[in-house]
Write a new protein. Structure first.
Length: 392
């Protein structure tokens, strides 16, 4: 197939959307498909990657870079400028069989409209609960407007994919149709218990404390400040892996924590495998890939009971889910595991087993089947439209 992949955010900024797009590109290349990537242009030098700009190609596929402006509060995140007609010209020149829209919002919405005008099928991946960010950034009045935009985008897509039962309910409650599951794979070589590093543990906890780890952007929607209720637990140390706009503020709120900064590749795998317990407090996760990665590294999880974690954490077997907003419950759940080596080990084994079959290869094969579904649905729709027009 010929596939146009439209990424709302992309390299050099690494996040969940970027990671999944790269995994998809790698699989599509291995299967012999032809791909064009459309993404916002970025030019900056920072701690997230050594690269200073969006690359010209990824996994051997060309990247069309559209001019972009920095997102307020996220200087390393760019929002693509340009028009629907410009995206339409790019798509028309490539002539794809299907358009894959990763976490649509601004550029993705233009791509959906452009594909509609060209009669091309679209697969839209609901991957980021952007309306929930509004309250976190002091704009609660904007939430309903953003949900209306989400509905408009996904109603206009041929097929919509969601990563969890929670996100499925969100879209269906909006009245959106043609919604199917597409979860995420996990790199079981990168996130593997064999990567546990005594060197990392000694650096993070020189006094031999148990490590309670978090991985993610240091931004408002991740609610990292909630982990302050764990900062004084005796015999433990919080480990914060990631970077973001709240880095300095969080250092002040978590004075006892070890801040490892942004890590990737084997360094990230070593850090995660070296945790004794993984915690995730963010309530606005459609999936939460870092939970799955921790489990693959044989680390049990304590996470908030909302969104993607509801599917990933089997409470009382692979970890604990705590009541959203109840930080005493968070503290109690962490204490239950961090101070009970036998229980924590049993949870760790169960967590590891629970993600054993979730390879990126299997997940991406499912995606290709969804591409084929979108092509069929669009073909039937165009045929029906043609018959209707002929009958007028």
């Amino acid at each position: 197939m010929r596939i146009a992949v439209v990424a709302e955010s992309f390299l050099p900024h690494m996040n969940g959307v970027t990671n999944s797009v790269i995994r998809v590109l790698r699989h599509l290349r291995s299967q012999g498909h032809d791909v064009l990537v459309i993404a916002p242009a970025q030019s900056w030098s920072g701690p997230l990657l050594d690269a200073e700009s969006t690359p010209e190609e990824v996994e051997g596929f060309p990247v069309v870079k559209l001019p972009a402006l920095p997102l307020n509060g996220y200087p390393n995140v760019r929002v693509a400028a340009g028009t629907v007609s410009r995206v339409r010209r790019i798509l028309a020149g490539f002539s794809p069989d299907v358009v894959h829209v990763a976490s649509p919002f601004v550029l993705g919405w233009r791509a959906i409209q452009a594909a509609q005008q060209l009669g091309l099928p679209t697969i839209s991946i609901y991957q980021t609960e952007i309306p929930a960010y509004a309250g976190r950034y002091g704009l609660p009045w904007l939430e309903d407007v953003l949900w209306s935009h989400v509905k408009l985008m996904h109603d206009s897509s041929t097929v919509n994919l969601v990563p969890s039962s929670y996100s499925m309910r969100q879209l269906r409650d909006l009245g959106i149709r043609r919604v199917h599951y597409w979860r995420r794979g996990v790199d079981q070589e990168q996130f593997n218990p064999s990567r546990r590093s005594e060197e990392f543990r000694a650096k993070a906890a020189p006094n031999g404390e148990k490590l309670i780890g978090f991985v993610g952007r240091l931004a408002a929607e991740k609610q990292v400040a909630d982990l302050a209720v764990l900062d004084d637990l005796p015999g433990t140390r919080l480990v914060i892996v990631g970077s973001g706009p709240l880095k300095d503020e969080l250092r002040a709120k978590l004075p006892n924590a070890y801040f490892a900064g942004f890590l990737g590749g084997n360094d990230l795998g070593e850090a995660v495998a070296s945790f004794d317990l993984f915690v995730h407090p963010g309530e606005a996760e459609t999936f939460c890939q870092t939970i799955q990665e921790a489990m693959s590294a044989r680390v049990p999880v304590v996470a908030v009971g909302r969104g993607g974690p509801l599917d990933l954490v089997d409470s009382s077997r692979t970890g604990w889910l705590y009541k959203p907003g109840d930080l005493e419950d968070l503290r109690s759940r962490v204490q239950d595991l961090i101070y009970d080596d036998v229980k924590r080990e049993a949870f760790a084994v169960a967590a590891h087993e629970s993600v054993a079959g979730r390879t990126w290869e299997a997940i991406c094969d499912q995606l290709i089947a969804h591409y084929e579904r979108a092509i069929q649905v669009k073909s039937r729709h165009l045929h029906t439209e043609a018959l209707s027009w002929m009958g007028r």
